[in-house]
Design a protein around this ligand. Structure first.
Ligand SMILES: [Zn+2]
Length: 232
């Protein structure tokens, strides 16, 4: 097993609706919102943890390809870990036990930070409206029995904000000159597409988390490369 190359996949994540990726309430300031989003501890700007993107890609691919479960048995709620060498999920996202047959997980997902223009937009929002680089969305929980409403709020990145993302995909020679890993790149693309169709972060079933991946380009040490066209 030999590492042949790193494919670097870069692009933009555009928030089509508000985006809620939860942060810790221990780190929010006094007077901060309920249900806060994750923010950089120094700049205070929201970001998208790589683990949120990677985790959602993995879980949606698992739901779609449950046929890859070991021996045809589906362990839907335990998470997938079949360790079959050609399994796209185990190969791309890694397995719990590092089996030499399959090698390490191929995909690294960096934290996605704000595009510079979006930084300016959020600064303006803070100056104009006093909002902490985010919006506050109010929702009502309706008691079914008497229709009384209990309001609550969640913090969100507003629609229209853009983050820059970077994925790193490691191609290994498994006595196949890297062919299997390159073939499986299609599933990385599909994982992004599944997130577009589904949602990123929390409250997806209540209107948050619709995103679009734009202007995706892939690079390796030789420059731009195009084994997979991510922009379809
Ligand atoms: Zn598997």
């Amino acid at each position: 097993m030999k590492l042949i190359t790193h494919k670097i996949i870069r692009g933009e994540i555009e928030c089509m609706t508000g985006l809620h990726i939860g942060g810790s309430s221990e780190t929010i300031e006094i007077g901060g919102m309920d249900n806060p989003i994750i923010k950089h501890p120094i700049t205070g700007f929201p970001y998208i943890p790589g683990s949120s993107i990677k985790g959602r890609m993995r879980s949606l691919l698992e739901l779609k390809y449950e046929m890859y479960e070991n021996g045809g048995e589906v362990h839907r709620f335990k998470g997938h870990n079949c360790k079959v060498t050609t399994c796209p999920v185990c190969r791309i996202f890694g397995t719990s036990a590092n089996t030499s047959d399959i090698g390490p997980g191929r995909l690294l997902v960096r934290d996605a930070h704000l595009d510079p223009e979006s930084v300016e937009k959020l600064k303006k929002l803070k100056i104009d409206k006093g909002l902490p680089y985010s919006e506050e969305k109010f929702e009502n929980t309706i008691k079914r029995i008497n229709a009384s409403a209990t309001p609550r709020s969640i913090e969100r990145v507003p629609a229209g904000i853009i983050f820059n993302f970077e994925l790193v995909y490691r191609v290994f020679d498994m006595d196949d000159a890297g062919k299997t890993d390159l073939d499986l790149l299609q599933y990385v693309k599909e994982g992004l597409k599944l997130i577009e169709n589904d949602a990123l972060g929390g409250s997806g079933s209540r209107g948050s988390g619709k995103v679009k991946f734009n202007n995706i380009k892939m690079y390796d040490s030789s420059g731009l490369t195009s084994e997979v066209d991510f922009n379809i």
